[in-house]
Design a binder for this molecule. Structure first.
Ligand code: NDP
Ligand code: 7N6
Length: 310
């Protein structure tokens, strides 16, 4: 049977070296090639990419695979019009993003970020007697309970926290005490010490967290955003932090990335900024390759693809 020519767009280098990924896929297709900026896409049937570029639409691609779970940067309608299938990388980040999100909770509770700041200045300061608290008695509300949300929920629960959540279709989820629909968002976040965002960026979730949501949260609550920047109204977040409507935030994603140098979010003790790195890990290329390998098999066999978005 015909097997596919697979392009690896050079932009994957943001997350892992393109040649390492090419070698990992070598057993899955006879022709796997790295596509750099000046190179033609023409020979490729399939393209694995980090970035989206408009020229993908006019090439002769049958299928594009996003090495990210989030595909909000892709033009779904234009792809559909041209008969280009889009698949994503959901399913591979639950453990690592779960560790990052719960790591941020641990940092806030155990004051690790404050100690590190003092260390940089060579200063020895004990925290106030009531600054640090045990996570065990605290609660987390996880908004979005897919791969990421479940990864966060099981780890928060393992540390003894009470975990609730919000999901578009509010069916029971293992390890989550109460699952609410988005219409109940304000009640769902009201009691939580930590609110962790794990939804995709869509028309429904853009600006989901703004003034009213921060007002609904406890004033000692921390927001953790490992989803996408625009899920949060960033100006409203800054106002809420200034007004003491919430206590702090652990942010991996931002309205603009890189976070601009002059952003007021950089220099706040109770804000931890990570550079969209919650999902980074040294197995990333293998995990993506597992999805792509299975889909290449299906593609060449004329079967329907897994992780399909368009
Ligand atoms: P999934 O598709 O597995 O999960 C998405 C979850 O969000 C589902 O539970 C879904 O509910 C829920 N959801 C969707 N819309 C709404 C809504 N309007 N209100 C409430 N819940 C909603 O995706 P992943 O967990 O793999 O990834 C989620 C997102 O996280 C990605 O789209 C990406 O943007 C981001 N991400 C960030 C990473 C990072 O490095 N910081 C790494 C990986 C992902 P239901 O099941 O009921 O439809
Ligand atoms: C690269 C980021 C996603 O949507 O943004 C994340 O999957 C991945 C590690």
């Amino acid at each position: 049977s015909d097997s596919s020519t697979v392009g690896i767009h050079d932009s994957v280098t943001d997350v892992f070296p393109a040649p390492v990924f090419r070698d990992e896929l070598a057993d899955a297709a006879p022709d796997v090639r790295i596509v750099s900026d000046g190179d033609a896409l023409a020979p490729c049937d399939a393209l694995v990419t980090f970035r989206y570029e408009d020229r993908f639409l006019s090439a002769d691609l049958d299928w594009i695979h996003s090495i990210q779970a989030g595909v909000d940067r892709f033009p779904f309608d234009a792809l559909r019009e041209r008969g280009i299938t889009l698949t994503n990388s959901t399913g591979i980040h639950g453990d690592v993003v779960g560790e990052t999100a719960v790591g941020l909770m641990l940092a806030f509770a155990r004051r690790l970020h404050v100690h590190r700041s003092h260390q940089e200045r060579g200063e020895w300061h004990k925290p106030a007697w009531d600054d640090a608290f045990p996570l065990r008695r605290e609660s987390a509300c996880v908004v979005g309970l897919g791969t990421l949300g479940r990864g966060i929920a099981t780890r928060a629960s393992a540390l003894g926290m009470d975990v609730t959540g919000v999901k578009r279709t509010p069916v029971p989820v293992d390890g989550v005490d109460r699952v609410s629909p988005p219409e109940r968002l304000h009640e769902a976040v009201a009691d939580a010490r930590f609110v962790a965002l794990a939804v995709p960026l869509t028309d429904d979730t853009e600006g989901m967290f703004s003034t009213a949501e921060f007002a609904a949260m406890r004033d000692d609550a921390y927001l953790i955003n490992v989803a996408r920047g625009p899920v949060v109204d960033q100006a409203a977040l800054v106002d809420a932090l200034d007004a003491g409507e919430i206590a702090g935030a652990g942010l991996d994603v931002f309205e603009a990335e890189p976070l601009p140098e002059d952003s007021t979010l950089w220099n706040r003790e109770e804000v931890i900024v990570t550079p969209h790195a919650a999902g980074f890990n040294d197995e990333y290329y293998e995990r993506v390759a597992t999805i792509v390998r299975e889909n290449l098999r299906r593609f060449d066999a004329g079967e329907s693809l897994t992780n399909r978005v368009v």
